[in-house]
Design a protein around this ligand. Structure first.
Ligand SMILES: *[C@@H]1O[C@H](CO)[C@@H](O)[C@H](O)[C@H]1NC(C)=O
Length: 290
């Protein structure tokens, strides 16, 4: 009995070392012009796992990312939101082919770690398709994955949730970037929460999660929004604080800086591009943001 207790205590201590859920989840981008290998993805997820046990990806077929990321997440015991990239009909076809391959090649135990298929990222925001077509895409994916018990959603900016789309979702995932609204970093969290509450109004009682928000540590100004390490710290801590208090699931943008992106887009990471935590965002802050 005592041995058993010691074992439990030991394994609890070990799991604390391995993973801290400072975040509900982190967004994981890749450089599509330099496809990461399985080993690279697994090594990067291992770094991410220090701060959350959940990642979100953006495409299935490009770089075969869906299958590789799911395998790496499974290997590490992490949860994953599998994103499908949709901009043109042929993109959807490629993503569907990749999805079918994943379903055919995966054990149910592995699929149980998929929080949802995210059918499109900011599709309506970019006007890549209309609401009815997006709803049809979501329905097609739903028919395929429902027998496996996987949820279906889409991620879009907070003002792009028309009823025909909402009725096809298990829950809503909204993006909002107060930085791009030209508010100060100090006003950022309340701006985000106002948008969140507006989506809840349109959700027909379905859960609403935040799929992306963040603040850059470098790269200039947008109106009163100033990119800096101090402002990233201020925004992140305010947002972590309020979402924990309100029990809102937040997939923060982003896991790490992405130097292959242009200008300010490169600097939204919680980690530097080498996957070490930024010095303005110490774990003491992540643990106690309020
Ligand atoms: C990672 O990058 C940061 C910022 O450039 C740097 O300060 C740090 O020393 C690097 N860490 C490692 C382990 O290379």
């Amino acid at each position: 009995m005592l041995k058993f207790l010691v074992l439990i205590l030991l394994s609890t201590a070990l799991s604390l070392v391995v993973s801290e859920n400072y975040f509900y989840g982190l967004n994981y981008g890749i450089n599509q012009n330099a496809c990461p290998s399985y080993e690279t993805i697994k090594a990067e997820f291992t770094q991410i796992k220090k701060y959350t046990n959940r990642v979100r990806t953006f495409s299935l077929s490009v770089c075969n990312e869906g299958a590789l990321a799911l395998q790496a997440a499974n290997e590490l015991g992490m949860n994953i939101y599998l994103g499908m990239w949709i901009d043109r009909p042929d993109t959807f076809d490629a993503e569907m082919a990749a999805l079918k391959a994943i379903l055919a090649n995966s054990q149910q135990e592995s699929l149980n770690k998929v929080d949802a298929l995210i059918v499109g990222s900011e599709v309506l925001y970019r006007k890549d398709t209309d609401a009815n077509s997006l709803a049809n895409y979501i329905g097609t994916v739903r028919n395929l994955v429902k027998p496996k018990g996987i949820s279906v959603t889409t991620a879009d900016v907070y003002y792009e949730f028309p009823p025909v789309v909402v009725e096809n979702l298990d829950f809503l995932m909204m993006n909002a970037f107060p930085y791009w609204e030209g508010v100060t970093a100090g006003q950022g969290a309340s701006t985000l929460m106002a948008h969140y509450d507006s989506v809840v109004q349109k959700a027909n009682g379905k859960p609403v999660r935040i799929s992306e928000t963040g603040w850059p540590s470098s790269g200039g100004n947008f109106g009163a929004s100033v990119a800096s390490p101090a402002n990233q710290k201020l925004y992140l801590s305010n947002v972590l604080c309020v979402t924990r208090q309100r029990n809102i699931d937040l997939v923060y943008f982003s896991a790490r800086d992405e130097p292959y992106k242009a200008g300010v887009e490169a600097y939204w990471g919680v980690m530097y591009s080498n996957f070490t935590l930024k010095s303005n965002l110490p774990t003491t802050l992540l643990a106690n943001p309020c």
